[in-house]
Design a binder for this molecule. Structure first.
Ligand SMILES: [Fe+2]
Length: 247
């Protein structure tokens, strides 16, 4: 089931049109800095894929996570400059920027107090949580972020299955947090529970942004084939409005 979207493209079929979104704001395309693109070539392949699906702008968001991906502004700037150099010699018609996806752990508040965080489209800041256990101080963090003028966006809330009750999500939204759902979550790429929760959040009007969370070419292929493999998801998406095009 998980691999149903990896099938070869059917002859004569077209790739998914996601042009209405205009901007993708969650992916891992800075080469060699996290578990995303491992080379400039891989980054370019995925960016070409975004352009083919109709996107105009990609804001890529490498992990900053002290335990696994201890990136800093400097490591990300260096990685992005390699990609930028390759983009300058390519004929890709796509605006490409970078920010980061910050992992919220016990140290995050300290980070917030001591440094300026990487944002996009003004003050937008992408945060992620452990998929195993909630961060005990999450509401405080969201509150502090708002006080400091950031607009927090929670990456893929549907993957935090410990929030089984929608009340937790409602509370987060009340604190001023925006939600970004992975398009592939809606299609079942991360399992049935994640799919069900993502669709529930979407139907309740709680999803502000859609993202690819693209790490590798398999994600790209899954997205490109979505429209012919899962028309239901495309219809579901088209019934809602998202903030992507405002970024
Ligand atoms: Fe991500």
């Amino acid at each position: 089931m998980l691999f149903q979207f990896f099938k070869k493209k059917k002859k004569g079929s077209s790739i998914t049109d996601l042009s209405f979104l205009q901007t993708d704001m969650h992916s891992h395309l800075v080469p060699g800095v996290d578990d995303g693109a491992d080379s400039v070539e891989a980054s370019l392949t995925m960016l070409e894929g975004f352009a083919a699906m109709g996107y105009k702008k990609v804001i890529t968001t490498p992990h900053i996570r002290p335990d696994y991906f201890p990136n800093t502004k400097e490591t990300l700037a260096a990685g992005f400059s390699k990609l930028q150099a390759a983009l300058e010699t390519s004929d890709l018609k796509l605006e490409v920027e970078y920010a980061a996806e910050y992992f919220v752990d016990f140290d995050f508040l300290k980070k917030l107090e001591t440094e300026e965080l990487l944002t996009f489209s003004g003050n937008h800041l992408l945060i992620e949580l452990s998929t195993f256990a909630p961060a005990p101080n999450l509401y405080d963090i969201v509150f502090q972020l708002r006080i400091k003028g950031y607009q927090p966006i929670l990456a893929h809330p549907e993957r935090y299955l410990y929030y089984s009750d929608l009340k937790d999500f409602v509370k987060l939204k009340d604190f001023g947090c925006l939600f970004q759902t992975n398009i592939l979550s809606l299609a079942g790429h991360y399992g049935k529970e994640v799919k069900d929760l993502s669709q529930k959040l979407l139907k309740k009007g709680m999803v502000d942004l859609l993202g690819s969370d693209m790490h590798h070419v398999r994600h790209l292929e899954s997205l490109k084939e979505l429209s012919m493999e899962n028309d239901k998801v495309m219809k579901l998406i088209s019934n809602h409005q998202f903030l992507n095009s405002t970024l």
